[in-house]
Design a protein around this ligand. Structure first.
Ligand code: SF4
Length: 463
């Protein structure tokens, strides 16, 4: 396994999640100076803004945030005001299992107040009486604890740590771990919004979603831009992986160019969850609906571009091997299915696959979806199907003769890419004021729409 540290961008405009100092932890005072922890936007008004903006969750599924908040609130109401066991719970989920994603760990390390403000606002909307921050990154845990001490939230909030695995951030795994069990997915229903932590209706929200809720509370006039901005972790370019923030709608090809691979041969989308796409798909916009309609997914926003000459079969084999190794081994069909897909793709890359390989991959890609308790098996099945769809010529050529690119590649174990987050500086204290930015904003090789293009008119009276 190769772990590469991501690069952080230079200062971004106020109103973005990356903020003005991505490489420095943000103090409570600095956060308040951006309008954070303000009281101008009430919870009912905020929920209306979130509904109107169409903000979607950033954990992978992309569910509308306002719908999820309302569901938890309404299930809590059914318990009645004296039913404390049934009063809602809110969870900031910072456990990112996708090996190519770094945004959630960075966010908790660098902007913990933005997340905690969003968690408190989600609690106010849902009527929650307890909150949790769920994570596995020790540096993120230290950052959140420091922020909780610096600015105590209006409800009890506990940090719960877990071991890092691919499935530990799945919402039912989150609930099980907080309740003292293993961080493994459970059968659904019930879903956490119906019955979660301690049996109470529970909002499990990705930390970037909560950050965008807090930004919307501070700047409701920019709600559409906040809802359409998104963090993405890009890899596969010559300068290594990078975390950046872009508006929905930007073509994937522009992102590839910005990342130094304008002639990318395709991409692995959504971490491992969106499968492979070919070069033609790079004309698609980075927008959840458009990508889903095209048979792929934005997921957590991790995109690995395939450099020209890279072999998509190697890429698929590495991704499938990762999934097979990360199966939680609870569902028999997942244990056998992910192993079979991983072994078959590895044999294809090694030039030892049998003539029925494409048929078997096709059968598994259709028959295994939805049969596990979580999305891992779906990811493996989707990966197999996407390779057949996007790169049929490569599959045929690998069956006909050994692939020189695969043969020249490093041993499989060393090819698997995970990304890590660089250290961010501690928040400045009164005794050590914030240093001047060390790096000027880098010019963009490709003109991009600004994350905050046009200030919107004031929204007084907007439903
Ligand atoms: S589908 Fe696989 S990873 Fe998911 S719960 Fe079942 S065994 Fe575990």
């Amino acid at each position: 396994m190769t772990t590469t540290t991501i690069r952080l961008p230079a200062a971004q405009p106020p109103g973005t999640v990356l903020g003005t100092a991505p490489d420095t932890g943000e103090s409570a005072d600095a956060y308040r100076a951006t309008g954070g922890y303000g009281t101008a936007t009430g919870s009912g008004e905020l929920l209306a803004h979130l509904a109107a903006s169409g903000l979607r969750g950033r954990g992978g599924a992309g569910f509308p945030a306002a719908v999820k908040l309302r569901s938890v609130r309404d299930n809590g109401d059914r318990g009645g005001p004296d039913d404390l066991g049934g009063r809602p719970v809110v969870v900031a989920n910072g456990e990112e299992g996708e090996p190519g994603s770094a945004k959630d760990r960075w966010l908790l390390r660098a902007r913990p107040h933005l997340v905690l403000d969003g968690l408190a606002r989600a609690a106010a909307i849902t009527g929650a009486v307890r909150g949790f921050v769920y994570l596995s990154d020790p540096a993120a845990g230290a950052s959140v604890r420091r922020a909780l001490a610096e600015h105590p939230p209006p409800l009890p909030v506990e940090v719960v740590e877990t071991d890092h695995t691919y499935v530990a951030g799945e919402e039912t795994a989150v609930v099980r771990r907080i309740d003292g069990g293993p961080a493994l997915p459970a059968a659904k229903p019930p879903r956490p919004f119906e019955q979660g932590v301690g049996g109470a209706p529970t909002l499990v929200a990705n930390v970037e979603t909560l950050a965008r809720i807090a930004l919307t509370a501070a700047r409701p006039d920019l709600r559409l831009d906040i809802a359409r901005g998104t963090l993405v972790t890009l890899s596969g370019g010559p300068a290594g992986p990078v975390l950046t923030e872009v508006p929905y709608g930007i073509p994937l090809r522009a992102l590839a160019s910005r990342h130094g691979v304008p002639d990318a041969a395709g991409a692995l989308m959504g971490g491992l969850f969106g499968g492979l796409v070919d070069a033609r798909a790079l004309d698609l916009p980075l927008e959840p609906g458009a990508l889903t309609a095209a048979g792929t997914a934005l997921g957590c926003g991790a995109i690995r571009f395939l450099a020209p000459g890279a072999c998509p079969v190697t890429c698929a084999a590495d991704a499938a091997a990762h999934l097979a190794a990360e199966s939680a081994r609870q569902c028999g069909v997942c244990v056998s299915g992910t192993s079979a897909i991983g072994d078959t793709l590895s044999a294809l890359a090694a030039g030892t696959a049998g003539p029925d390989t494409a048929d078997r991959l096709d059968r598994w890609s259709r028959g295994l979806r939805g049969r596990g308790a979580c999305g891992l098996l779906d990811a493996a099945a989707g990966l197999a199907g996407s390779l057949l769809r996007a790169f049929p010529g490569h599959v045929r050529s690998h069956l006909a003769a050994p692939c020189p690119v695969c043969a020249a590649a490093a041993p499989a174990e060393g090819r698997r890419l995970t990304v890590s987050v660089p250290e961010v500086a501690d928040p400045p204290t009164a005794a050590s004021p914030a240093p001047l930015p060390a790096r000027p904003p880098a010019p963009l090789p490709v003109p991009l729409p600004s994350p905050l293009p046009v200030p919107l008119p004031a929204l007084k009276g907007t439903p």
